[in-house]
Design a protein around this ligand. Structure first.
Ligand code: AMP
Ligand code: MG
Length: 494
């Protein structure tokens, strides 16, 4: 195990703006990246800047918020050494060569506490991987990524973050002409399942091994010295994916494009495209208009995660054993464990949502019967769980099936030694009062794109930053899409 990539070449004194960029990824084999600069844009303008995030990265937020040129790629931050990453991926089940077609990594910011984060511009112009694309991004989708990723972070779910969005003063053409924009994304890394698939597909074992060593060193340093460190890597990535997907399921988050190029080895949620939070509970919910088969529907996410991890295992085969047959056996055995690991995380997440501290064998059945009832009654996922912890039974619903379930749940609560207060506190901490509702997100994007009014988005961001604190949530933010604000007081009979 060589750790040379990560050893320090970072500057000792950060720049006045706080930049302290290192370039460990650039020291990996050349087949994994292409060096190139962002393409300058006409007129960079700051739309939104994340001061809290800047501060945690050791950046001088007040100074940088006045320098949109840096976040548009017109100027490079001190010490930047830009590159586009090469990767492949299975998209809707089909293998393709991809790579950063519209993104450029400026470098890795070393924070004052010694953490390492990728600083990436998304929408920064064409790269050798752009294929037929223009390398650009539109304002709406970049603001959407900003809003949803910051909401996920506030919910306590591992995610890439958003530092800034600037407009470019140029138009991009999708179905129609839209304002162009660049998002600055902060990530634990941008190493994807597809990055491993890229090295494996080229039959480049030295590059594959260097990438695996690098990933271990960067995200799982405690495993780097294990005798079977590549199997340990696969298992650790599985563990983090299982936990992540369980967290998604517990808040009703639907990623929408769980292709292998959108699965980060760090365990962070990455690449916010047609993602959304579910309103009425239905496992078949899909938001992406191109996902006609429902491959990436809410209820399929755990299965798809396992499928994606099997692609990672395949790519790692040459490192798992010299004998291919034995390597396949090792990989299969590891991947089979995903379901159990996922269910463990899911069960403990759902127990917490119901205020359970202890474990009983029948808990799964209790949870499932609530979900079945919610599905039948088109109950709002977020509000149902939130009201269970805050409202008395009679105020919730007088449907006999629900009343019977509620009695069972109350009896279960009494079989643990915890007080009502403790139970309610646990439920409030695990059932958000607010999620980014589709209509509120759309309203914020429309105001920003159509009239340059950013106040709607700023209000939304403020509400989403404290999702577990009900006192902060005006009714209009917790009402499901399609209903007038306040029309949804309880979850029954709507
Ligand atoms: P995504 O759906 O955002 O995960 O992107 C899938 C692939 O398409 C990645 O390789 C992107 O870099 C590439 N891509 C998406 N949009 C563009 C664009 N406008 N220009 C060039 N490449 C793009
Ligand atoms: Mg992607």
């Amino acid at each position: 195990m060589k750790a040379a990539h990560m050893s320090a070449t970072a500057p000792i004194t950060p720049s006045p703006s706080g930049w302290n960029l290192d370039h460990s990824y650039a020291r990996l084999p050349a087949m994994l990246h292409e060096h190139l600069e962002p393409t300058p844009v006409k007129e960079p303008r700051m739309v939104v800047f994340n001061h809290a995030l800047a501060q945690s990265l050791g950046l001088n937020g007040p100074a940088l918020a006045e320098q949109p040129a840096i976040f548009a790629g017109n100027e490079l931050p001190d010490g930047a050494s830009p590159l586009a990453q090469a990767y492949a991926g299975h998209q809707y089940g089909h293998f393709t060569g991809l790579g950063d077609g519209r993104a450029i990594l400026l470098g890795e910011q070393i924070t004052p506490t010694g953490e390492r984060y990728d600083v990436q511009l998304k929408g920064s112009g064409p790269t050798p991987f752009s294929r037929r694309g223009d390398g650009r991004a539109a304002l709406g989708p970049m603001l959407r990524e900003y809003i949803i990723s910051e909401a996920m972070h506030a919910l306590g779910i591992p995610t890439t973050r958003s530092l800034a969005v600037v407009t470019t003063g140029e138009k991009v053409f999708r179905q129609e002409s839209q304002p162009g924009a660049v998002l600055t994304r902060i990530a634990a890394s941008h190493i994807r399942v597809g990055t491993f698939e890229w090295a494996a597909a080229h039959g480049d074992k030295p590059a594959l091994q260097a990438l695996a060593d690098y990933t271990l060193q960067r995200h799982y340093p405690e495993l780097a010295t294990a005798a079977t460190s590549y199997l340990a890597l696969l298992e650790a990535v599985m563990e983090r994916q299982a936990r992540l997907i369980a967290q998604w399921q517990c808040v009703g988050f639907i990623h929408g494009v769980m292709n292998t190029d959108n699965v980060a080895l760090s365990g962070e949620t990455i690449d916010y495209g047609p993602c959304a939070f579910m309103d009425a509970f239905d496992p078949a919910t899909v938001f992406s208009s191109i996902d006609r088969q429902g491959r990436y529907a809410y209820g399929n996410q755990p299965k798809i995660a396992q499928w994606n991890l099997a692609r990672l295992a395949e790519a790692l085969l040459p490192l798992l054993h010299v004998d291919e047959k034995q390597a396949v056996e090792i990989a299969n055995k590891a991947i089979e464990n995903f379901k159990t690991t996922f269910e463990g995380y899911w069960l403990s997440g759902m127990r917490a949502k119901l205020g359970l501290f202890t474990e009983e064998a029948e808990d799964r059945a209790l949870i499932e019967s609530l979900l079945i009832w919610m599905h039948e009654h088109k109950a709002d996922f977020t509000n149902t769980f939130r009201s269970l912890g805050t409202t008395s039974n009679s105020m919730l619903c007088d449907d006999p099936a629900f009343t019977a379930w509620h009695a069972q749940w109350q009896a279960r609560l009494k079989r643990q030694p915890h007080s009502v207060d403790e139970v309610q506190q646990r439920m409030r901490a695990h059932n958000p009062a607010v999620i980014p509702r589709n209509h509120k997100v759309e309203e914020a994007l429309a105001a920003a794109a159509e009239s340059g009014d950013l106040s709607v988005m700023q209000r939304l961001l403020a509400v989403l930053s404290k999702p577990y604190d009900a006192s902060e949530v005006p009714l209009e933010y917790s009402t499901p899409s399609g209903l007038a604000p306040g029309a949804y007081q309880t979850f029954c009979g709507t």
